[in-house]
Design a protein around this ligand. Structure first.
Ligand code: GDP
Ligand code: IMO
Ligand code: MG
Length: 421
């Protein structure tokens, strides 16, 4: 099984790459996260954003699996499937959902909002999709799982959990007016959910591997949002790394082959938390405009900044990345000079290049190496040979610094704007 992950704070372009690689695979499987993800695919003039459905769904004769590590909102899933109607996708044949995946219920979303509100200006900037509270219940051993919806006592189990949530919501003085309507839609979606393929996905994935099929595990979010290694507490609530693909699908570590690390040619972050290379000037604004850096799930403007090598090295280390894919190279077309962060400087003047525990809470200054930009359009470029020399130099510098081959450079959102090296 190969694993594809974001190495930064999410939105690196994972959806596009899964779609590009999908023809080489028999199975694409999501292993963590949930509707907080927004994975964009563009082809034949169509742009589509997927939240919970794996990004292999547009390639026929490919199996898509939502693994046990995912937290799944049945309401969002139903909307997603309905939104894909025009593509005539045979969901009964190519979408499978783990019975051990955890279900997001309406009160999880209210709890998410209540927790965020109570944090004031220390808020995480959650997508408010109920991710944190649902994983909390999973670890607390009280959550509902997909398989539970088939049991006769599902509603009773649901009610027990909701009562618990209501106690917490009343502690936070959170209004419940919305709840009856949310529950109505939720239970309608549960009926629809029952018509989908609900399976023991760990067997299905391992059966595929046993017969020699190729499986691609599709990560959501990014390593710097990982629950253990991200900029805690400004993180998501799941394991976004290679190891998460093992627990989130039930695949042994010894079965992992390639690990594809996806990164942008610069950095973005949506939500709160440290971001050493963040730009607050015109360069940052231009990057946001040129890269259309607005959240695929929430529409929020993404914070933008230069590429951060210490952070990328860290992500490469914890994931065992074997190949790098650089995305959105074209967005840097507009700059005459491009900056690459090689180190951080601490308030006492020391230079560091490691993401230590202490670093999170320190005001660090990024130390840059400045290189010449190519400062021209890449439209019409279809092969690596056609790249301007400065872009080739940029790729070579990053490869040298990161010590992992950059196998693909993306220069536009469309499937075909992908250059192999
Ligand atoms: P994901 O969450 O990692 O799948 O990434 P998102 O879909 O949230 O965000 C990536 C955005 O960049 C989407 O709007 C993509 O269509 C777009 N995109 C992907 N690759 C490129 C690229 O090489 N150039 C440009 N300009 N846009 C890209
Ligand atoms: P994809 O898969 C970018 C961020 C949120 C917030 C933090 C916690 O599209 O790359 P959560 O809703 O998980 O409680 O939010 O994580 N976040 C993402 N940022 N891309 C994502 O997914 C994200 N999913 C969550 O903005 O800062
Ligand atoms: Mg996204």
């Amino acid at each position: 099984m190969d694993v594809l992950l974001g190495l930064q704070w999410g939105d690196e372009g994972k959806g596009k790459v899964v779609d590009v690689l999908a023809p080489q695979y028999n199975v694409v499987a999501r292993f963590q996260g949930g509707p907080n993800a927004g994975h964009t695919l563009e082809f034949d003039g169509i742009k589509h954003v997927l939240h919970q459905i794996p990004s292999g769904i547009f390639r026929s004769n490919l199996t898509n699996i939502i693994g046990n590590g995912v937290v799944l909102d049945p309401v969002v899933l139903r909307k997603e499937i309905e939104g894909l109607k025009k593509f005539n996708i045979a969901f009964n044949e190519n979408l499978f959902i783990s019975k051990k995946a955890t279900i997001i219920i309406p009160t999880h979303k209210l709890l998410d909002a209540a927790y965020e509100k109570s944090k004031g200006d220390k808020k995480i900037g959650s997508t408010l999709k109920g991710i944190g509270p649902t994983y909390q219940d999973k670890i607390g051993r009280v959550a509902l799982r997909v398989g539970d919806i088939l049991a006769e006592d599902f509603e009773a189990k649901y009610n027990t959990l909701v009562e618990k949530h209501k106690t917490t919501l009343s502690f936070y003085d959170f209004p419940l007016e919305e709840l009856p309507e949310l529950e109505k839609v939720f239970f309608e979606s549960i009926e629809f959910f029952k018509t989908l393929n609900l399976i023991d996905s760990e067997y299905q994935v391992n059966d595929h591997l046993a017969k020699g099929d190729k499986v691609l595990a599709e990560g959501a979010q990014g390593s710097l949002l990982d629950i253990d290694f991200g900029s805690y507490p400004f993180v998501t609530s799941s394991s976004t790394m290679t190891a998460g693909a093992c627990t989130g699908l039930g695949v042994a570590p010894s079965k992992i082959g390639e690990v594809y690390g996806i990164f942008k040619a610069y950095c973005t972050r949506v939500g709160s938390g440290p971001f050493p290379t963040e730009l607050f000037d015109k360069d940052g604004e231009d990057m946001r405009k040129e890269g259309n850096e607005f959240g695929s799930t929430t529409g929020r403007p993404r914070r933008c900044g230069w590429i951060d090598l210490p952070a990328l090295r860290y992500s490469i280390m914890i994931n065992g990345v074997t190949q790098l894919f650089m995305m959105k190279g074209d967005v840097l077309n507009i700059f005459e000079k491009i900056k690459i962060c090689t180190h951080y400087e601490l308030p006492d003047g020391t230079r560091v290049d490691r993401l230590t525990y202490e670093l999170n809470d320190q005001d660090v200054k990024p130390i840059y190496k400045t290189v010449n930009g190519w400062n021209k359009s890449l439209s019409g470029v279809t092969a690596y040979d056609g790249f301007p020399q400065e872009l080739k130099d940029y790729v070579n510098i990053l490869e040298e610094e990161l010590q992992v081959p950059i196998k693909m450079v993306s220069i536009g959102p469309d499937r075909i704007q992908t250059i192999l090296r």
